[in-house]
Design a protein around this ligand. Structure first.
Ligand code: HEC
Length: 238
């Protein structure tokens, strides 16, 4: 377990040096993450290997966030490529709300920019008629592993965090909390949960014993039950 790392509070003395290490790790992680995120490019061939199929590479292990599909219709019929916006468990839809290319004539190519809001499986399909013939499938998006920044941050980060904009953490302001979530959003921001965690990684994981189960004390001390409930609502509603 990583827990043993958290006990070593003597390391705080060497904070400055370690902070530099942290920044480097964060930057490297950012580079890797952005390489995966902004660079996530998926090649889609419609009409292959048979008329009412797609070849999609890669279709799994896609990073949450922006993704660019370069779609070519190699078939003899017009096809489109649409990515449904809501995560599903199986490719059973024939139509959905999402982002689609225009209907591509044979030989045409189009680029589709969209993003996966969170980890999960997302269906892709062509028109309802095509989809009914089996022209659909699943894309699998996953959250980037955040264990490196978490462990490093936990031993190097002071309570007033200078490195508050770790790229692996979604900006709080872009996630509009619901009415019940906004108190939780304040807790999230004040305690700086986002400097060590991504919102989605904690979904469903916060419960009332957070103070005692959390591997290290929170910067501002233990949270009240109300703060825990609020932050849980904010996380779960994200
Ligand atoms: C200084 C870094 C840091 C901060 C700030 C922080 N955590 Fe954590 N948290 C950790 C580490 C490290 C772990 C252990 C991770 C592991 O087990 O991989 C952890 C584990 C957890 C877990 C259990 C593990 C899981 O993923 O289910 C929860 C829940 C959690 N934190 C919630 C929070 C909440 C809510 C906040 C803000 C109120 C917060 N944390 C603030 C570092 C932090």
């Amino acid at each position: 377990m990583m827990r043993s790392l958290h006990r070593d509070s003597t390391i705080r003395a060497g904070f400055v040096a370690l902070a530099v290490v942290y920044v480097l790790v964060a930057l490297l992680t950012a580079l890797r993450a952005s390489g995966a995120a902004s660079g996530t490019q998926v090649k889609v061939t419609a009409g292959k290997p048979t008329e009412y199929r797609f070849i999609v590479t890669p279709s799994t292990g896609l990073a949450v966030g922006a993704v660019r599909f370069v779609v070519t219709n190699a078939g003899k019929q017009p096809h489109q490529f649409k990515v449904c916006g809501v995560a599903v468990t199986a490719a059973t839809l024939k139509t959905c709300v999402g982002k689609a290319t225009r209907l591509l004539k044979p030989g045409q190519t189009a680029t589709l920019l969209t993003s996966f809001p969170k980890a999960g499986k997302y269906e892709y399909l062509s028109t309802p008629v095509d989809a009914a013939k089996g022209m659909k499938g699943l894309l699998v998006a996953k959250v980037a592993v955040v264990s490196t920044p978490i462990t490093t941050a936990s031993v190097t980060r002071p309570s007033t965090t200078p490195v508050g904009t770790t790229p692996t953490v979604p900006a709080v302001t872009t996630t509009s909390g619901s009415a019940s979530g906004s108190a939780g959003q304040i807790v999230w921001t004040n305690v700086g949960c986002g400097s060590c965690h991504s919102l989605t990684s904690l979904k469903g994981n916060v419960n009332s014993s957070l103070n005692s189960t959390h591997p290290e004390p929170f910067p501002g001390g233990a949270l009240s039950q109300k703060q825990i409930a609020d932050v849980a609502a904010y996380i779960n509603g994200s």
